[in-house]
Design a protein around this ligand. Structure first.
Ligand SMILES: Cc1cc2nc3c(=O)[nH]c(=O)nc-3n(C[C@H](O)[C@H](O)[C@H](O)COP(=O)(O)OP(=O)(O)OC[C@H]3O[C@@H](n4cnc5c(N)ncnc54)[C@H](O)[C@@H]3O)c2cc1C
Length: 397
């Protein structure tokens, strides 16, 4: 954290105090990047959770399986790393005044005033539109969710996962490996088709069947049944699915409500320009809570992926310090399901040409590319083929 980047010329208008709201991946990436670039001013990190920043991807994978513990998740590798940050943990930000210097109001009645505020409050798991306060019904976003779910899975026999997106698929994969009977229910007819396209969506859906998980697509949850604890789920086609654990994985909502009244532009996330600047002076937003202007598509885009949150955290530190921007890599994400590593980079459209360029989906190892009508590579997907994937990813730039 204390090392310096030699030979980098910074702007002379360096802020004295930077406050980061959200003890998150994007937030800590910004803090670490500020220090790496030689920033010696004060950095305060505000977090509503009591934990120091931790990594979320293992929560649906190794942590649920019991092959990773809480200590393995820390994003601060050594005590020394966190020493030059003032931590305000366990207290949410409840308001922002951005008229003069940004002032963050905290839930305990205190406030932090800084020269620059970086908002990195992430997203929260979306709830089902039906009554879901029964015991045994879970969403999975944070460490405490994962601890409670892991405990419940250890005593469960039948699990229903609502939503066949990445989190749902990963939870199903972990639960079946723990020896449980798992059903995944999904509202759309083609799970993951909106992200990966119909061909790849179908290949990913086939993984559920191949691994002994029942997938019901094109149905929605009508009701969760039970008195105190959940006993099952009634689906829109009248099927009753018995369950002692139900995991809801139906997407995430950006955490922006706390800043209502600040005058910030909000539309499915804090709206920013391509350099993460909001419409208020000296207030920036990054990670899952931010919808950042994307110069390539000409639209504001909110990503919900690890590499995007980490990359934006690093990039905003450069902006705040007045350093020249680095070239941004193509969007990238990965997922682990049923023992396979899935990776995707780039952006494709429905009209792009899809082709399997290496391997065989039936063998669980392949690479597929999407190209536009001119033959230009737009996106690449791989299952268990990291090396070949990396080559195509480099081509994407
Ligand atoms: C279970 C799970 C598995 C995942 N797996 C993958 C994967 O395999 N691959 C991949 O690419 N991505 C994955 N992701 C997504 C990735 O982890 C997220 O994109 C990333 O964590 C977003 O980071 P962030 O910094 O924007 O926000 P977050 O990690 O959401 O952190 C935001 C923090 O801000 C806090 N906060 C919210 N409101 C306030 C407030 N008012 N005041 C103070 N603090 C507040 C939150 O409690 C939280 O601690 C996964 C996510 C989850 C939940």
């Amino acid at each position: 954290m204390r090392q310096r980047t030699a030979g980098v010329k910074m702007s002379s208008r360096i802020p004295q105090h930077i406050v980061i709201v959200g003890a998150s991946l994007a937030g800590i990436s910004a803090a670490q990047s500020l220090r790496t670039h030689g920033y010696t001013g004060k950095v305060t990190v505000i977090g509503d959770e009591i934990h120091q920043p931790y990594d979320r991807p293992p929560l649906s994978k190794d942590f649920l399986l019991g092959t990773m513990e809480e200590a393995d998740l820390s994003l601060i590798p050594s005590t020394e790393e966190g020493e030059d940050i003032e931590w305000r943990l366990g207290t949410p930000a409840v308001g922002l005044d951005a008229d003069d210097r940004p002032k963050i109001h905290l839930g305990d009645g205190r406030a932090v005033v800084a020269d620059v505020a970086i908002l990195a409050t992430g997203a929260r798991a979306r709830a089902l539109p039906v009554r879901s306060d029964l015991r045994g019904v879970f969403t999975l976003r944070g460490l405490s969710d994962a601890v409670a779910l892991r405990h419940a899975l250890a005593m469960a026999k039948k699990v229903v996962v609502v939503g066949a997106g990445f989190i749902g698929a990963e939870v199903a994969s972990s639960a079946v490996r723990l020896g449980l009977e798992v059903t995944v229910v999904e509202a759309t007819r083609s799970p993951l088709a909106n992200v990966l396209g119909t061909e790849l969506g179908a290949l990913c859906a086939a993984q559920h069947h191949r691994n002994g998980v029942r997938l019901m697509a094109g149905v929605t949850v009508e009701e969760l049944i039970g008195d105190d604890c959940v006993e099952g789920v009634i689906m829109s086609d009248d099927t009753f699915l018995p369950a002692d654990v139900v995991v809801v994985g139906v997407g995430a909502t950006p955490n922006v409500e706390w800043a209502v009244g600040s005058g910030l532009s909000v539309d499915n996330g804090f709206l920013t320009d391509a350099s993460f600047r909001t419409n208020r002076d000296n207030v920036y937003a990054v990670g899952d809570c931010a919808r950042v202007y994307d110069e390539i598509s000409g639209a504001h885009v909110r990503h919900e992926h690890w590499s995007s949150a980490a990359g934006q955290g690093n990039a905003v530190a450069r902006v705040v310090l007045g350093l020249p921007p680095l070239r941004r890599p193509a969007p990238y994400f990965w997922s682990h399901q049923y023992g396979h590593m899935l990776q995707y980079a780039g952006r494709h459209h429905d009209a792009d040409h899809f082709e399997i360029v290496e391997g065989d989906p039936a063998a669980g190892k392949f690479v597929a590319c999407f190209s536009d009508t001119a033959g230009k590579l737009k996106a690449v997907f791989a299952m268990d083929s990291s090396k070949v994937f990396a080559g195509y990813r480099r081509t994407l730039g």
